[in-house]
Design a protein around this ligand. Structure first.
Ligand code: C2O
Ligand code: CU
Length: 464
């Protein structure tokens, strides 16, 4: 196990700091809550740095934590006070009517500055979700626009604390301002916009006071546009209880967690650290592990005897029927090292590599870069679709299908976990299967967002 360092990912010269605090907005039912997207400033760098100019929802980074009861109507009014550009909100992983999905020019017109849009839906699945703009999203998310949506179980699992950890990766200048290299061609063609400063809940090395022996529910959310986090803990015993908001049939005890961009993991964490000490969550890094969050134990010990945690109540999704499945192949190609030697179709035209690069297109799905005129597949409600996602590039990709969770199939073809965002490593092939449910046009794209804008996106159409 490599040594823990508090320094990697710090802006050069950063002091180690533990900071406390989080934001939460409780939602009383009927009135729409308002999320105003606007420029703001916040101290996300340590205190010897200046405040960072950001774009945020209601002046908070991360945005307000929204909580809604499972199955209950939720209304949210987006107000756009951003400088000179439209925006939308996408509710990542939530099953909702297509018109509420927040994809500009596909499910709604962009919300222009001074305009508003009301989102309304009753989330059928309880769990940890998140929201973010779906327009100019490399820039809008990198500047601070995103937040967590928690859909509460009618009977929440019994824990001592329910804590949300929003993990984000920022590319900052030396004076702690957001680096404006949003369309950088190296990022587009390599691993995306990796940052140089990591926060949890908008803080450097976030911390929280707990008791030795506490049982915590940790909701881990990766809102970074490119960085994959692999984490380990000290002084915590971890069970994965839900992935992307979907409870596992049985909690799974783990020593490491991998969280790709846009993914969520709910874990039950029992604090095994002694009283008056500290438990840690660290990111495993080549140059020495980096502290993400600390859980400082007071001098009390909680002495409840506890067994392994029980599974969370399941969300009920229709099960894919593989014997009837329609098969679709999705081949990812392109990017640095491998390129698109045969060119690709872009905006209806076959282009060679050079022309694609001139259009800032580096990646393709099935030989098509960017949004194709025709959907990847047209499905009818009730049909089972199985997509074989093959990564022929030299980079990992986190693929997200809007509107549906899919079963990730095991290598032997059996049903695996539900996910809405699937990490596919280089030279790997992963199959997903889902039942088409809600009619509409649903996007499918890489959640390394620099890849999305540089070619990796398509869509499916579901008809009644
Ligand atoms: Cu989280 Cu299409 O996005
Ligand atoms: Cu990608």
């Amino acid at each position: 196990m490599s040594k823990l360092t508090r320094r990697s990912f710090g802006i050069t010269g950063l002091a180690a700091l533990g900071a406390f605090g989080r934001s939460r907005t409780a939602i009383a039912a009927p009135d729409p809550i308002v999320l105003k997207a606007a420029p703001s400033k916040a101290q996300i760098a340590p205190s010897d740095y200046p405040e960072t100019a950001l774009w945020s929802y209601n002046g908070r980074v991360p945005g307000p934590e929204l909580r809604v009861a499972q199955g209950k109507m939720f209304r949210m009014r987006l107000e756009n006070a951003l400088p000179e550009q439209g925006t939308t909100i996408h509710w990542h992983g939530v099953r909702l009517p297509n018109a509420m999905d927040g994809v500009p020019n596909i499910t709604q017109p962009p919300v222009m500055p001074g305009e508003t849009f009301e989102y309304r839906f009753a989330p059928p699945d309880a769990g940890t979700f998140w929201y973010h703009p779906h327009m100019n999203s490399v820039e809008q998310i990198s500047r601070g626009l995103s937040g967590v949506l928690i859909v509460e179980e009618a009977e929440p699992p019994e824990v001592d604390r329910d804590l949300t950890l929003v993990i984000d990766d920022w590319r900052m200048t030396q004076d702690a301002q957001i680096h404006d290299s949003f369309g950088d061609r190296h990022d587009l063609s390599h691993a995306g916009r990796l940052g140089n400063y990591v926060t949890v809940n908008g803080r450097f090395q976030w911390g929280e006071s707990v008791r030795a022996g506490d049982r915590l529910r940790l909701r881990l959310v990766n809102t970074a546009t490119a960085r994959i986090f692999t984490m380990r803990a000290e002084g915590l015993r971890l069970w994965v209880t839900a992935l992307d908001g979907m409870p596992l049939a049985q909690p799974l005890e783990v020593s490491e967690l991998t969280l790709a961009p846009a993914q969520r993991i709910d874990v039950i964490a029992d604090v095994t650290a002694e009283p008056s000490s500290e438990a840690l969550l660290a990111s495993i890094e080549r140059g020495g592990d980096f502290l993400l969050a600390s859980f400082v134990t007071g001098n009390q010990q909680r002495r409840a005897k506890r067994g392994s945690p029980a599974p969370f109540p399941p969300n009920t999704h229709p099960e894919p029927d593989l014997s009837e499945a329609r098969d679709v192949a999705l081949v990812m190609e392109g990017g640095a090292m491998r390129g698109l030697p045969d060119g690709a179709l872009f905006n209806g035209q076959i282009m060679g590599m050079r022309a694609l690069v001139d259009n800032e297109q580096f990646w393709a799905f099935n030989g098509v870069a960017g949004m194709a005129e025709a959907p990847l597949i047209e499905a009818r409600v009730g049909e089972t679709i199985r997509i074989a996602i093959e990564n022929r590039t030299a980079f990992p990709h986190a693929q997200h299908l809007h509107g549906y969770h899919s079963r990730l199939l095991e290598p032997d073809g059996s049903m695996g976990v539900w996910r809405d965002t699937v990490l596919v490593n280089p030279n790997e092939k992963r199959e997903i299967a889902f039942v088409a449910q809600t009619p509409g046009d649903w996007m499918f794209h890489c959640h390394m967002l620099s890849h999305q804008i540089a070619g990796m996106m398509t869509w499916i159409r579901v008809t009644a």
